[in-house]
Design a protein around this ligand. Structure first.
Ligand code: CP3
Length: 343
């Protein structure tokens, strides 16, 4: 039996949700975005709630994911953050010779994440009982890649150097505390929390084990001490089985995989208590529907075999819905998943 705590579906089929299901592809979001800057949509709880509910009302997803962003801990830590030009802009990124203001790091405002707490509380009241509420944060390493000043044109290089020149040690514990505070703010009202480790695949397996994982484990230990019953879903991009096998799997309830992985093989290799989430390529949602269907048919062949346990599957994408994805293709995938996910 799949973990009964995360999903509340009455029918026997895999639950469906998509990362970035509330976003720029969606007319509901665009209409709200015309009236409010992105930050305001995140920080005003009634607006965050409205954005979050849009895709539930329009598409009928089985889970709502809090509308927010994963970079807010960097703002709490005093690095400065805006989205005025679109992509995130960190005002005071961690440069090679930059010393952080220790005092600021050690006196984190305990009310900083109240906006997330209030949005989750409103959502809990407004979401129908059979819908799941998911919260989310970024994993420490992924957040660190955004905190570090990207001086070199080689993507990811600066953050990897920063692991070894003292910057990781400077920020690490404060980053973990800030992420924990964001998790704690969401945990009271959410059915589960997602941990997005989008930058995980930039690291070699040994760097992942030596740097990213100890910080991740510290965060989880702290979280599970206070919230032992809140399930956690880990998503890692550009990584495969060896990485997933290094995780503290007992503390996790589901593993999200990207489109490079075989979900069937990963499900077979990992312990039975874990659900597997994913994993179609978001690019397919831009295809004409006939082509989309052909790609889904080919991809789903191993999932239709007896060796794949569909009661341990969370249907979705291998990453987030991208800008300009046609809404009718999101609808088409949901219908496809409903048929495929029945068990
Ligand atoms: O899934 C959902 O519906 C909830 C919303 C959500 C957003 N960001 C809203 C958003 C989630 C889950 C995120 C996570 C996030 N944010 C990640 C991890 C997952 C991933 O996509 O890799 C990361 C790395 C970020 C950081 C971030 N925020 C970036 C890189 C950007 C700009 C580029 C982009 O992809 O949009 C943002 C801005 C952002 N976050 C937007 C949205 C809807 C776009 C804001 C706008 O211009 O309207």
């Amino acid at each position: 039996m799949a973990n009964p705590k995360i999903f509340k579906l009455k029918s026997s089929r895999a639950p469906i949700w998509m990362m970035r299901q509330a976003g720029r592809y969606h007319s509901h979001y665009q209409a709200l975005r015309k009236k409010h800057p992105f930050m305001e949509l995140c920080k005003r709880p009634e607006l965050a709630c409205e954005v979050t509910l849009g895709p539930i009302q329009d598409f009928g997803f089985d889970a709502a994911i809090l509308f927010s962003d994963l970079l807010f801990p960097l703002e709490q830590l005093g690095l400065g953050l805006d989205y005025d030009q679109g992509p995130p802009n960190i005002h005071r990124p961690l440069g090679p010779h930059h010393a952080l203001n220790r005092e600021a790091l050690e006196q984190l405002d305990p009310h900083f994440f109240d906006f997330q707490q209030q949005a989750c509380h409103l959502l809990r009241q407004q979401l129908p009982a059979e819908k799941t509420l998911l919260g989310f944060v970024g994993a420490p390493w992924t957040l660190f890649t955004y905190a570090v000043d990207q001086i070199s044109p080689v993507p990811g290089l600066d953050a990897k150097l920063a692991l070894r020149d003292g910057r990781w040690e400077q920020l690490r514990d404060s980053l973990i505390l800030s992420i924990f505070q964001s998790m704690a703010a969401q945990a009271q009202d959410c059915d589960a929390l997602c941990l997005f480790d989008t930058s995980a695949g930039d690291l070699s397996l040994t760097d992942y084990q030596q740097f990213a994982l100890p910080a991740f484990n510290q965060l989880l230990d702290q979280f599970k001490t206070y919230f032992p019953n809140v399930p956690l879903i880990y998503y890692g991009k550009h990584i495969g089985l060896e990485y997933f096998e290094s995780l503290p799997l007992k503390q996790l309830s589901a593993i999200g995989v990207d489109w490079r992985c075989s979900m069937e093989k990963i499900q077979r290799a990992l312990p039975d208590h874990l659900m597997i989430q994913g994993n179609i390529d978001p690019a397919w949602l831009h295809l004409p529907q006939q082509e989309l269907k052909k790609s889904l048919d080919l991809w789903s062949k191993p999932l239709r075999e007896k060796t794949f346990d569909r009661s341990r599957w969370i249907a979705g994408l291998g990453h987030g819905v991208t800008v300009k994805t046609p809404e009718e293709n999101v609808r088409f995938c949901i219908e496809y998943f409903k048929e495929l996910g029945a068990y």
